[in-house]
Design a protein around this ligand. Structure first.
Ligand code: C2E
Ligand code: MG
Ligand code: MG
Ligand code: MG
Length: 287
């Protein structure tokens, strides 16, 4: 019986591996086509000033509308895109879309909004990363101060001299650098001082159990206070309730993002929803 069970386990394991391999193959084959066939779309999630409620900008979040499978979320394909290197052309495409979105909003007189994009560590293996971002900003005529890059802690932990150099060049272009999902990796606030980081985004996992979890509240307020001492701006991600918002405002958290305000929405929906936010921010009130 035990033996049969063991055999069964092995079989399940093999099936799981096959399923995973098939899934990867599926994503790989389809993702190549997705970029050229317009199946990818950038959604945007508003970021608000927690003090005034004003809209400051938005985060660009990739979506894949597969003709048969429907909407595929980035967590299901970014990994494969990284492994295959497809993240490099896809990433450049996201930068361009994001720049166009910010430009378009300004063009219709709806304000000067900063747009953030997510960069995976793999993109830093592209020697042309900085050059291509600079070229896109130039071609799209976007003020570089309106582009923010969200980076992962693992990028800083594994940073080579080369990565450090790339970050310095991005900073010199005038871009804002943000540390995404802060608290989930192994870096510390003091570690951030070694890199030209301007903003930290406190991970949703610390926000979600506020106000029930006392530890999360302590950690969040300590992180905000320390970040401010280091002259870093703080964004809280994943705000879903009024109680979370009230707590973060009391702690002087600068910026917020979450379902309480808006889910990630299409560019069209973003433009339609701009009217809902109080007074248009001025050019000097970016995040
Ligand atoms: P992230 O950069 O941490 O993005 C925040 C994620 O939290 C998004 O998931 C967003 O939809 C979700 N979120 C925002 N507010 C709330 C909330 O109040 N409650 C809950 N439950 N979730 C909330 P999404 O869009 O599925 O993206 C997942 C991750 O995929 C992103 O995490 C980012 O790491 C990655 N990603 C997305 N787009 C890109 C891209 O263009 N390039 C790269 N390299 N990575 C991307
Ligand atoms: Mg992000
Ligand atoms: Mg995040
Ligand atoms: Mg997160």
């Amino acid at each position: 019986k035990a033996k049969a069970n063991g055999k069964h386990q092995v079989q399940l394991f093999t099936e799981a591996l096959n399923a995973e391999a098939n899934y990867k193959l599926f994503v790989e084959n389809n993702l190549r086509r997705a970029l050229t066939q317009n199946e990818l779309e950038v959604f945007y999630q508003p970021k608000l000033c927690l003090k005034s409620g004003q809209l400051l900008g938005m985060e660009a979040l990739l979506r894949w509308q597969h003709p048969e499978k429907g909407m595929i979320s980035p967590d299901q394909f970014i990994g494969v895109a990284e492994e295959t290197g497809l993240i490099i052309p896809i990433g450049k495409w996201v930068v361009r879309q994001a720049c166009r979105m910010s430009k378009q909003i300004a063009a219709i007189g709806m304000g000067t909004l900063q747009v953030a994009i997510n960069l995976s560590p793999k993109q830093f293996s592209d020697p042309d990363l900085v050059g291509s971002i600079a070229a896109i900003l130039h071609e799209e005529q976007l003020d570089p101060r309106l582009l923010e890059l969200e980076l992962t802690e693992s990028l800083l932990l594994e940073a080579t001299e080369d990565t450090r150099h790339q970050l310095g060049r991005l900073k010199s272009l005038g871009l804002t650098l943000a540390m995404d999902d802060f608290g989930t990796g192994y870096s510390s606030l003091s570690y951030l001082k070694k890199f030209p980081i301007d903003v930290i985004k406190i991970d949703r996992s610390f926000i979600k159990d506020i106000p029930d979890n006392q530890d999360d509240m302590e950690i969040t307020s300590a992180v905000i206070a320390m970040a401010h001492n280091l002259k870093l701006k703080v964004v809280a991600e994943g705000i879903e309730t009024g109680a979370q918002l009230a707590f973060l405002r009391r702690q002087h958290c600068d910026v917020g993002q979450g379902y309480l305000f808006d889910k990630p929405i299409s560019g069209r929906e973003l433009i339609d929803s701009l009217r809902r936010y109080p007074c248009r921010p001025q050019a000097d009130q970016r995040t």
